[in-house]
Design a protein around this ligand. Structure first.
Ligand code: MG
Length: 390
């Protein structure tokens, strides 16, 4: 087993919130960065190329890639471009681990490519599991690949489980900050603007996941993620609101002992543990001072107002292609909300309607997943269009 500083990584989505924090870990642990990828932000990619000297950088935008290639012509980094280039990079097998911090369903094929190449996958892209949990688990088993969770709740559960036997676990308890609108009623949510929803109380994250946190869709996705990462049925996955974001999640065992993982909220711990697992190493996190925090509080989620969390449980019960439908519909609805074309409560209503309308496929192939994703996005456009003309 290699020590963390002997490892090398490919960081997909390196310009995003988790991606830049993954590179912070690479910097503090002296980890070699083989490759990076980003969508359009070439200023950040250029800085990262100069600091970490990856041999290759994939850029989603062909146009931006050309500009970046000119800017870094004095380095040894090769610039490749387009979505297929990112998938290809993930599947090259050049690193000890691929850290997937791409946002949205675009992360699915790079995840599968890494797994098929037999590379450990440090997974921050929860949509990979939400869209295709069953296919991803099957591919991981066939290729003997361990999926290492980077999502903070799942990293916590992973840490709490340790070497315990699966049959000894009675349930997992995901904590949720509750987002900025906990306690608000539906009427009060109608006037929420993107600016208000983007101000998350405890975690600093990218725009898409911040909106998902405000609607609790993010927690719904995490319930689905827990189902597939830890092989737990829906009725053994509980969500509890914990506004301080200090307890990152808990595991209850059959003897009623509950093991929790606590730390200051910082994604760097999650990335670092995924890379140091099963060992630990010193990092840059500040020590947790519970006397400074004073008290930790826990409440029940409001499933009535935040109905996407409830919908996620229903989707999980039925399985099939519904995870892909839920994700596709939500991604499109969040984009429309950020463009101020629909309201905050429309996100929840439209996603519920779209998932209800999608044709159910019990055993979807990857093609079925892709098609479901497209149709669910189109449904959101249709349904929101009809709303406007009403
Ligand atoms: Mg999370």
């Amino acid at each position: 087993m290699k020590a963390i500083y002997e490892k090398s990584v490919t960081v997909l989505g390196s310009t995003g919130s988790v991606g830049t924090q993954a590179l912070d870990v690479a910097r503090s642990q002296n980890i070699k960065v083989d490759a990076i990828s980003g969508a359009t932000r070439i200023d950040i990619l250029e800085e990262q190329i100069r600091e970490f000297s990856p041999s290759v950088c994939a850029v989603l935008s062909e146009y931006k890639a050309k500009e970046l290639a000119v800017r870094v012509a004095d380095t040894d980094c090769r610039i490749i471009s387009g979505y297929e280039a990112i998938v290809d990079l993930a599947g090259r097998g050049i690193s000890d681990a691929v850290i997937n911090s791409i946002t949205g369903k675009a992360g699915l094929r790079p995840s599968l490519a890494a797994i098929e190449a037999g590379t450990s996958l440090a997974l921050a892209n929860k949509e990979t599991i939400v869209c295709a949990g069953e296919l991803v688990n099957k591919a991981a088993a066939e290729n003997n690949v361990k999926i290492l969770p980077v999502d903070s709740e799942h990293s916590a559960i992973f840490q709490c489980i340790g070497d315990s036997r699966h049959e000894d676990i009675s349930k997992v308890i995901l904590t949720a900050s509750g987002g900025p609108f906990y306690g608000k009623r539906r009427e009060e949510l109608k006037a929420i603007t993107p600016e208000m929803a983007l101000a998350h109380p405890t975690w600093k994250m990218g725009p898409k996941i911040t909106i998902d946190s405000a609607t609790l869709m993010n927690k719904g996705f995490e319930v689905i993620e827990a189902r597939y990462l830890f092989d737990m049925p829906a009725d053994k996955i509980e969500v509890i609101v914990h506004p301080e974001s200090i307890v990152h999640s808990m595991v209850e065992y059959i003897d009623r002992a509950v093991i929790a993982q606590l730390s200051c909220p910082d994604m760097r711990l999650c990335v670092q543990y995924a890379l140091s697992y099963p060992n630990r190493c010193t990092g840059t996190l500040k020590p947790l001072d519970l006397t400074e925090i004073g008290s930790l509080t826990f409440k029940s989620p409001d499933y009535g107002t935040f109905k996407l969390l409830k919908l996620a449980y229903e989707v999980l019960e039925r399985g099939g292609n519904l995870g892909a439908a839920l994700n596709g519909a939500n991604e499109r609805a969040v984009a429309l909300f950020l463009e101020e074309r629909i309201s905050f409560t429309d996100i929840m209503d439209l996603v519920c309607e779209a998932v209800d309308k999608i044709r159910f496929i019990a055993k979807p192939t990857l093609d079925d997943i892709e098609e479901t994703d497209i149709i669910s996005r189109e449904l959101i456009d249709e349904l929101s269009g009809s709303k406007v003309s009403d």
